[in-house]
Design a protein around this ligand. Structure first.
Ligand SMILES: *[C@@H]1O[C@H](CO)[C@@H](O)[C@H](O)[C@H]1NC(C)=O
Ligand SMILES: *[C@@H]1O[C@H](CO)[C@@H](O)[C@H](O)[C@H]1NC(C)=O
Ligand SMILES: *[C@@H]1O[C@H](CO)[C@@H](O)[C@H](O)[C@H]1NC(C)=O
Length: 512
């Protein structure tokens, strides 16, 4: 263009002079538009970057203390701030197990360990975010039992804990006893949130309720209580059914918590049954304990609990001691464990688990975590297995004597001696209680975490407390995400520039 211009200037005429003027004008206009377009692009990208930094001040954090019956666990969760209301974005940063016992029997050692845990957790959170980090404590069955036994003592414990939590640099929310139903429901929310069952992105990048999506049932086993929760058909009504709305979709959730049927309290019930059946308290044969194992307990160890105090035998006093002698007898262990489940009270009722409790038939997949997972894990039964395999593994474990067990497993004796009992407990509550059978046993998945986040009610509790799982589906109205918007804007600008340049070149050509 420039070359032709200089070439034509060799033979100046009136017409060519005007053409040169027009060419110069067109070049100036083209340059102006080009510069303007570049300026617009820079402006758009600056706004985008600014908006992005404004929208994402990085991560947000939340702390939940799960005050269980045998220990407290502190969980730290994190999520990208701008995705607060999306599903499946919260992950576990870390967790800290406080040395036992649980807060219902809190002592100096547990207090120290709790403080150490809180220091550890604090170190993960940037100091300027401390004030905006919510902290809550939920106490479960251990404290429910203490409240039954001594309400003043349970209030005093909670008061002390609250005072301590308020003294920390965080945003204190709540420290109280949660009900069994809440515990079951929060566990169910956790399972389904982590598995992404509530919402999914469709091809338009909009959050929608997954078509035909099924939720997964939740089976939690703690030290003092156990919870079952699953969705029942929407026309099922009855006790323990809760209608809950999440992201604009209504779920009909059945949930029941069995107090005194956690792993440890149920074991006390089993011991109490044995004592009742025995005449000689210094020679009580325990079919679930391994052959070659012998232990002596105080009456207090068994009968001071709210779960067994009704079962004290005649002639009992707290100073009395009881000696249990292991037998490694799988069949007798199974029928002993069965004794703590009242199945006869369900006779004649159509939908019933045990102890006369209403329960619709179990349907769909189930996640069995916490104590269920730990018991299955020892028996090499993680994940899904057939009922036959489960039974044969339990049977084989329970047949081993103490010496064999000690050389095979590297776990503390305190726990090792009880695994035959807990395996039979798990088998009994699932098969005889909840009525899982050979056909649907494989629907049970024994796991402890999903994507490195523990399956525990504490996550669902935090989500609910922070309104992070809205009842309505506001999110469904956001058809495109920021990045899609930015890409479209960029394409639009690029097209505009190309069009402008094309127009200018054409204009220049016409002027010639
Ligand atoms: C999440 O939802 C709540 C309640 O609907 C709202 O107040 C909040 O601004 C939302 N947060 C984000 C990051 O969209
Ligand atoms: C604290 O949590 C308990 C149990 O979930 C609930 O009943 C209570 O209303 C909560 N209190 C506040 C102030 O949020
Ligand atoms: C469990 O396995 C044992 C040994 O293989 C067998 O005797 C018993 O009948 C089985 N129980 C059930 C409920 O299948």
């Amino acid at each position: 263009m420039v070359k032709r211009e200089s070439h034509s200037s060799d033979h100046l005429t009136g017409g060519s002079h005007r053409r040169i003027m027009t060419t110069k004008l067109a070049t100036a206009i083209a340059a102006f538009f080009l510069l303007a377009s570049i300026a617009v692009i820079i402006a758009i990208s600056t706004v985008q970057v600014k908006q992005r930094t404004y929208l994402s001040p990085g991560l947000k954090y939340g702390i939940v203390l799960d005050a269980g019956s045998s220990r407290t666990t502190v969980y730290l969760y994190e999520w990208p701030a701008e995705k607060e209301n999306n599903t499946g974005v919260v992950t576990q940063t870390t967790k800290c197990p406080v040395k036992g016992p649980g807060i219902s029997e809190i002592n100096a050692e547990a207090w120290n360990s709790l403080k150490k845990c809180m220091e550890n957790i604090t170190s993960f959170i940037p100091p300027h975010q401390h004030k905006s980090t919510p902290i809550s404590l939920g106490a479960t069955a251990g404290m429910r039992l203490l409240k039954q036994k001594n309400e003043k003592q349970s209030n005093d414990v909670l008061f002390e804990i609250q005072k301590y939590l308020r003294s920390l640099p965080f945003d204190f929310h709540n420290a109280s006893i949660i009900s069994g139903q809440e515990e079951g429901l929060y566990g169910w929310i956790t399972v389904n949130y982590l598995m992404g069952n509530f919402l999914e992105k469709n091809i338009w990048n909009a959050w929608v309720h997954p078509h035909g999506a099924r939720t997964v049932g939740s089976l939690d086993l703690g030290g003092a209580s156990t919870q079952i929760a699953f969705t029942a058909p929407s026309d099922t009504t009855g006790e323990d059914l809760i209608k809950i709305s999440l992201y604009g979709y209504e779920y009909n959730v059945y949930t029941h918590s069995f107090l005194c049927y956690g792993k440890n309290e149920a074991e006390k019930q089993v011991l109490a049954e044995l004592v009742k059946l025995s005449n000689d308290w210094l020679h009580i044969y325990h079919p679930c304990y391994p052959l070659g194992y012998k232990t002596t307990m105080n009456g207090e160890d068994i009968f001071s609990s709210e779960c067994t105090k009704h079962r004290t035998p005649t002639g009992y006093s707290p100073e009395k001691s009881f000696t249990f002698i292991g037998q490694s007898n799988p069949a007798a262990c199974k029928s002993l464990v069965n004794r703590i489940f009242d199945l006869s009270s369900c006779q004649g009722k159509e939908y019933c688990s045990f102890n006369g409790v209403y329960q619709p038939p179990v349907t769909g997949d189930f996640m069995a975590y916490a104590g269920f997972f730990y018991t299955a894990g020892i028996l090499d039964l993680k994940g899904s297995n057939s009922l036959e395999k489960f039974n044969s593994s339990v049977w084989s474990f329970c047949s081993k004597d103490w010496k064999t067990l000690k050389t095979t497993f590297n776990i503390t004796e305190k726990h090792l001696k009880s695994y035959c009992y807990s395996a039979n407990y798990v088998h009994t509550i699932l098969a005889d209680g909840y009525k899982f059978n050979a056909d649907n046993w494989e629907k049970l998945d024994f796991q402890k975490e999903v994507n490195k986040t523990s399956i525990a009610w504490s996550l669902g509790y935090m989500l609910a407390q922070s309104n992070m799982i809205p009842a309505e589906a506001k999110l469904l109205k956001l058809p495109i995400s920021n990045s899609v918007f930015a890409t479209l804007l960029f394409l639009f600008s690029a097209l505009t520039i190309i069009t402008l340049m094309f127009l200018i070149i054409t204009l220049v050509r016409i002027c010639y």
